[in-house]
Design a binder for this molecule. Sequence first.
Ligand code: CAA
Length: 391
Amino acid sequence: MPRDLAVGIHDLSFATGQLVLTHETLAARNGTELGKYHVGIGQRSMSVPAADEDIVTMGAVAAAPILARHGADRIRTVVFATESSVDQAKAAGIHVHSLLSMPSATRVVELKQACYGGTAALQFAIGLVHRDPSQQVLVIASDVSKYELDQPGEATQGAAAVAMLISADPALVRIEETSGVFTADIMDFWRPNYLTTALVDGKESVSAYLQAMDGAWKDYTEQGGRAFDEFAAFCYHQPFTKMAHKAHRALLESCGREVDEAEVVRAVGQTTAYNEEIGNSYTASVYLGLAALLDNADDLTGQAIGLLSYGSGSVAEFFAGVPVPGYRAHLRSEQHREAIARRRDIGYADYRERHQQAFPVDGGDHPAPRETTGPYRLAGLFGHKRVYEPR
Ligand code: CAA
């Protein structure tokens, strides 16, 4: 295997739900000071899927522009990472494969480990490309984050999908081989099969995140990774964007550095623009952070970016990506900003009503209301089967 082969992200595209609830509305209606949301947790709005949108339709919308640009001929694997899965057996990626008319000579699989699943998919994809550099892998990380109403987690909901084409000689970001990993058996956040909303011990989850990050960073340095000062910026998993600030402060401390707030903002400030508008997108979150950085920062060619992926339960991984010469010509900045800007603002009453809605579980036929203006929709549940269609 050629160890010096460059493998990484050849293309990156994201999609989000078509509806939005602002934190201004939420704060006005639940009596929270707006500063807690805008400053304390660093969130301004949260995406909400339309009635006929879900992780599959968002994943298809995210991936379609990648197939339009590169074709599907070299893609022999689709890995769909999610923690808001729509079936216990069938991979959601097969619905995407079908909606996008991809070739039958493809393996499609779904991966789960909370918000870490997207990074597992990326790393496994890199391994496959090393085995045969003529192949590409389509990675899709798609999630709808949903907590109980009137609980602290409510303000950190969101929805988005990121699609990434993993390839040799990538056009955007080369992913370095060294990575640091960490696993601990902890119940900080989970969702039993019988619940549609996640359970979380909020404060415990924040400290579990920081502990896992510390473990992953230490392993990264023991594996011979780059020194702290070599990184131009850090993309952290962002369940809420202030978590990136907390994480970077903790990393500074762990590296024996002075915690200088200006330095924290310099390191993470350009990674939060999309997440603060979209909310938590679980598996997609750290890659929305990467998209925001690439779309908004000055030229980062050749400069190392640190990526920290965290999935409750818990697994963390720290690794580095390096933007390659010419990457800026391949970005989808306009598409990304447009996906956020075109969302329809829903009022509080509408949001709460939607939050309570779920398909009946009686095995009957339940068409979904026609709502999305996107290219793919969930037609409904018919005889226990989810049916998707082009719109
Ligand atoms: N102006 C400015 N700041 C204010 C404020 C105001 N008026 N009022 C409060 N704040 C600040 C607080 O001081 C606090 O700051 P620090 O975190 O720096 O102490 C911040 O706003 C949040 O306030 P609280 O701690 O009182 O908030 P909370 O009790 O409502 O809980 C939370 C916050 C725990 C993050 C909660 O939203 C939650 O449970 N979220 C879901 C779980 C989560 O996101 N965990 C993250 C780690 S787990 C993970 O990463 C996996 C995943 O994706 C879920």
